[in-house]
Write a protein that binds this ligand. Structure first.
Ligand code: R5P
Length: 259
């Protein structure tokens, strides 16, 4: 059956009525489809990295459901944020941390952007540091996205590439970050809360500076190293060569790609 992806648009009911029967899927449906596909990789006894965000939430819900149904057992989850920690607790998923389980079998998480080489931008939900620590310790890292996340190059969506920084003299660090990528027309903005305008504070007590690029920044490893060399930077949201499997749900169905 053909899958019609309407994103957040309202369905055009007249068009639907006059065309062959189609299954109308929202963007959230696609996220759920990708998430459920990823959970097929989960086996009993695994230590699992539990991602953060609206896509990863579906995967964690599904793991909780399979545990309740007795279809999975002896799972240990390592959550990538306090939000996911709370979700997993509410689902009865046994939890641990990297101190106790420094090697994970599998992690499942969403992404904000995925480039053709499966490099990612993550952290628009603010969880990039814990995600990078945990997903860097996994034997297998399954990334789940709807097709809107696919880009030609990192930063290609025109949306943020987040960098976690210490609060101390954040303007200084933000300016340094912006000038690093002057040639790419970079604009650095401190992430603030929409209501109060106060700085957004991560689970680790840090701030986030969002970098917006007008052009391709080129060599991602060089860019990442330059960012990390700046005192005041904690971590950046480029996940370079970390994903081992990419699951994309889109208009034409689901694709699974391994690296
Ligand atoms: O900090 C947030 C994480 O990196 C998310 O995995 C990422 O922002 C994607 O989130 P969503 O699935 O909600 O688009």
């Amino acid at each position: 059956m053909a899958l019609a992806y309407l994103g957040s648009k309202k369905p055009n009911t007249a068009a639907i009525m006059s065309s062959p029967p189609q299954l109308i899927l929202t963007q959230d449906d696609l996220k759920k489809i990708a998430a459920y596909k990823a959970v097929e990789f989960v086996e009993s006894g695994m230590v699992l990295g539990l991602g953060t965000g609206s896509t990863a939430k579906h995967a964690t819900d599904r793991i909780g459901e399979l545990l309740r149904q007795g279809k999975l057992s002896n799972i240990i989850g390592i959550p990538t944020s306090t939000k996911t920690h709370e979700q997993a607790l509410s689902l009865g998923i046994p939890l641990s941390d990297l101190d106790t389980h420094p090697v994970l079998d599998l992690a499942i998480d969403g992404a904000d952007e995925v480039d053709p080489d499966m490099n990612l931008v993550k952290g628009r939900g603010g969880s990039l540091l814990r995600e990078k620590m945990i997903e860097g310790c996994c034997k297998k890292f399954v990334v789940i996205v709807d097709e809107s996340k696919l880009v030609d190059y990192v930063g290609g969506s025109g949306l943020a590439m987040p960098v976690e920084i210490v609060p101390f003299c954040w303007k200084f660090t933000a300016e340094k970050l912006q000038s690093l990528f002057e040639e790419a027309g970079c604009v650095a903005k401190l992430r603030v809360l929409s209501g109060s305008g106060e700085p957004y504070v991560t689970d680790n007590g840090n701030f986030i500076v969002d970098l917006y690029f007008k052009k391709d920044i080129g060599d991602l490893r060089a860019a990442g190293d330059a960012i990390l060399r700046l005192a005041g930077v904690v971590e950046h949201g480029m996940f370079i060569d970390m994903a081992t499997t990419l699951i994309v749900a889109g208009e034409l169905g689901v694709t699974v790609r391994n690296k």
